[in-house]
Design a protein around this ligand. Structure first.
Ligand code: NAP
Length: 528
């Protein structure tokens, strides 16, 4: 594909005139010269938003089968981009080719999962409480509920998943599945990848004869074009993955509008891992080795990276520490996504290193002359220090973690209680640890969206039961997940139809059930 550096506004290609951006190769520390990306401004936001608003009613009322087929065509078009997509994403992100191939599989799998969700129709949550005209003392009217999309959605892609959390990632796939037009603000860390995937979506819109405003891709600085997008009255919800600072800025912009809108921001999480004594006694070495592999996967650039390990001191913890040291001291330095993320890693790890009562336990191999490469690091401290120092509970985005030595289970519980909201919390347990685990679980349920036993949190399955969300600051809204089938719920709202004539009801609620949906009829599931 010949990249042009233009924005995609509906069916048009538009060159921005608010300055230029170029893609950057973090592995060579050099700009990628071609193409130059023209940055857009308020005018392009206005165009994309107006087209999205115009497309909304037609898109949401198109048959569900057509919406599902559209999602599948996007998946097919992404696959048809072939190796060129992987090569461009590799050059722009420094992520290994095999990882990007896997991520592409996840991206198209996610689109196909949402196609199934749309065909199945259960997401509409259709419910019918038929009229009870003879009810005493008052008759009940005919009441029917179904969900409709909120309206056009603004999506801010993540730097760390240039495919699966970006232009055609989970936010876009779930919003399109809900029946909402999408306007993506391309992440400046993978502009060419964004253009390629954006065109794949644009072509799918045309192939299915959908209104052009169903999808637009804007390029520009977050603080200008991004905030203008969130402020635009036609935009009704926002999906974001990135820094706490960026997420909070968008939340503030959304709440300052005359009509505030929801922002589903996934921000920061340190994903505590609790090692209980029975598990440590039986397999400390294996846990130490597996922990090191999880910590360094993808240069640690995962929102689910295990950044905090907690255990009661003793021989088991010493064995874990020795095994982690052995595995990490040889870990190769890995290229990070951008120089900015590399700088942030350096400053967050040096803040932890210089905090009182913290010891650097091990460092991975030196980066040498390799640009923007992160060296793995493991620090150790005690529970009292962690409780006293906010720096130690913060995210070090990259392959670094803090181990907290506690004196007792009570102290571990105190630390768990002190933690901020998390995407995940992990327990390493044996049968002998059940009583301790039972004491920790109620605290962890309050703190995290996903609780794991005897594994590591990196690796988020895209399926029906997944929760990739959690209390603040891991996300801005703990009621939803950004991964998995129920991510669609973020972009829907219920409407109740009272006593509407059959011919005016949406198909999902008509008496003949033309969509053959499972519906709640008088509180019981029925498919008639
Ligand atoms: P970021 O700085 O938050 O940027 C993410 C996206 O939001 C970009 O498109 C950015 O646009 C836009 N943006 C940022 N601030 C904005 C604002 N005030 N108004 C409007 N748009 C705004 O995240 P990043 O560049 O990907 O990574 C930076 C740090 O975020 C990392 O070091 C890490 O700490 C954290 N991070 C966390 C996760 C996670 O999953 N938890 C994932 C990735 C990164 P511009 O680029 O044009 O500014």
């Amino acid at each position: 594909m010949n990249l042009t550096g233009e924005m995609l506004i509906g069916a048009s290609f538009v060159r921005g005139n608010q300055g230029t951006q170029r893609a950057f190769n973090p592995a060579t520390n050099q700009e990628i010269a071609e193409p130059a990306y023209g940055m857009g401004g308020a005018q392009e936001v206005e165009q994309a938003a107006a087209l999205a608003a115009k497309a909304f009613d037609a898109y949401r009322s198109a048959p569900l089968t057509k919406r599902a087929a559209f999602l599948e065509t996007i998946a097919d078009n992404i696959m048809a981009l072939g190796d060129a997509l992987i090569e461009r994403a590799h050059a722009e992100s420094g992520l290994p080719v095999a990882r990007l191939q896997g991520e592409r599989g996840r991206t198209v799998g996610q689109l196909r999962l949402f196609a199934q969700v749309v065909r199945d129709g259960h997401f509409l949550r259709a419910a019918i409480d038929p009229a009870l005209p003879g009810r005493e003392p008052l008759p009940r009217p005919d009441l029917r509920l179904a969900k409709i999309p909120l309206g056009p959605v603004a999506v801010f892609g993540a730097s760390n998943f240039p495919l699966a959390f970006s232009v055609a990632g989970g936010d876009t796939a779930s919003a399109l599945a809900a029946g909402a037009p999408v306007i993506v603000k391309a992440h400046s860390a993978h502009l060419g990848t964004s253009e390629m995937v954006g065109r794949a979506i644009q072509q799918a819109v045309a192939a299915h004869g959908l209104p052009e405003g169903v999808f637009s891709l804007l390029i520009g600085a977050g603080r200008q074009i991004g905030e203008a997008l969130v402020a635009h009255p036609a935009v009704k919800a926002v999906g974001f993955t990135g820094s706490r600072q960026g997420g909070l800025a968008l939340l503030k912009a959304a709440n300052s509008r005359p009509e505030p809108i929801p922002v589903y921001a996934e921000m920061s999480s340190i994903n505590p891992v609790f090692l209980l004594p029975g598990a440590l006694a039986s397999r400390a070495e294996a846990i130490g080795k597996a922990f090191a592999a999880s910590l360094t996967l993808g240069a640690g650039q995962f929102c689910t990276n295990p950044g905090l390990v907690l255990a009661v001191e003793g021989a088991g913890l010493d064995r874990f520490m020795a095994a982690a040291k052995e595995a990490l001291c040889g870990a190769a330095a890995q290229t990070m996504l951008t120089p900015g993320i590399h700088d942030a890693y350096r400053s967050s790890t040096s803040a932890v290193r210089s905090a009182e009562g913290v010891t650097e336990w091990v460092r991975g191999s030196d980066a040498g002359t390799q640009p923007n490469a992160a060296q793995a690091m493991l620090f150790v401290t005690d529970a009292a220090r962690l409780l006293a120092s906010p720096v130690l509970g913060g995210e070090m985005f990259g392959p670094a973690a803090v181990v907290v030595r506690a004196r007792s289970l009570d102290e571990l519980l105190q630390v768990a209680e002190h933690l901020e909201g998390q995407l995940t919390a992990t327990l390493h347990i044996d049968a002998a640890d059940s009583d301790d685990a039972r004491r920790l679980l109620p605290v962890l349920e309050r703190k995290a969206g996903r609780i794991l036993a005897n594994g590591f949190p990196t690796g988020v399955e895209v399926c029906h039961a997944m929760v990739h969300g959690g209390p603040f600051p891991s996300t801005s809204n703990a009621m939803y997940t950004s991964v998995g089938a129920t991510a669609i719920d973020r972009f829907l709202r219920p409407v109740c139809y009272q006593d509407l004539p059959q011919e005016l009801l949406p198909q999902a609620l008509q008496a003949s059930n033309p969509l053959r949906l499972w519906r709640l009829v008088d509180g019981a599931p029925a498919r008639m």
